[in-house]
Design a protein around this ligand. Structure first.
Ligand code: SAH
Length: 212
């Protein structure tokens, strides 16, 4: 289903600079229309963010592809995602063969996505809590992907990253962020690449923005 539209979407993200075949293949396979509410389904294969309820959004496909490409994950890598949302990004990582641990703070969103993953037989570990404190039990992770905008890089998350692992996180103010790709070179030493002009919903938590 939707094969023609998915192909068009792939062409768009390739033109925007996504070259990693494994990422393109995963974006091609994951059916984004299954992850969005009925009311916006006709837009599922457009390269835009869409509302998923509770004032939250499913990220733009290009952004998902770019973050996944920067994460540079391999099959069987253990990946921690902060901000499960619709579950689309997690599904892309599962399609790439990663072991996915994903945290969502909003209970209604968490519950909906838990049910969807059960229906689609998507096997990720989902948890409802404040992701800025990470998920110590399964640490360290090969990669961490934060899909909400943060005022800074949460220390606890860097601690839960393996040496040699990467954390991809948008950092900035509430309306505009710079995507930071943080390579953990050793305990206490990081190297950061930065890509400007991203817009995510806020990361709310102990090491994120305070709730109003
Ligand atoms: N990866 C998602 C993007 C969802 S938008 C997708 O593919 O659809 C970001 C999500 O982060 C929202 O659902 C929001 O509720 C959640 N969020 C915000 N702060 C959080 C926190 N501290 N811990 C976990 N989730 C958080």
């Amino acid at each position: 289903m939707h094969e023609f539209e998915r192909q068009q979407l792939l062409d768009i993200i390739k033109k925007k600079g996504i070259t990693d075949e494994k990422v393109l293949d995963a974006i091609n396979k994951v059916e984004r229309h299954l992850f969005v509410p009925q009311i916006v389904k006709q837009h599922a294969y457009k390269d835009t963010a869409l509302p998923i309820g509770q004032g939250q959004t499913i990220s733009q496909p290009y952004t998902v592809a770019f973050m996944t490409q920067e994460l540079n994950c391999k099959k069987d890598d253990k990946i921690l995602e902060i901000g499960t949302g619709s579950g689309y990004q997690a599904a892309v990582l599962l399609e790439m063969g990663c072991k996915v641990y994903s945290i969502e703070r909003n209970y209604d969103i968490y519950n909906k996505t838990l049910k969807l993953f059960d229906e689609l037989d998507l096997r990720a570990a989902l948890r409802c809590s404040d992701g800025t404190i990470g998920w110590e039990e399964y640490a360290p992770y090969d990669g961490i992907i934060v899909t909400a905008g943060s005022p800074s890089a949460p220390e606890r998350l860097i601690k839960q990253l393996k040496v040699g692992g990467k954390m991809v996180i948008p950092i900035g103010d509430k309306s505009n962020q710079v995507l930071n790709v943080i390579l953990k070179k050793s305990e206490g030493e990081t190297e950061i690449k930065k890509y400007p002009n991203f817009a995510f919903v806020p990361l709310i938590g102990i090491e994120g923005w305070k709730e109003k």
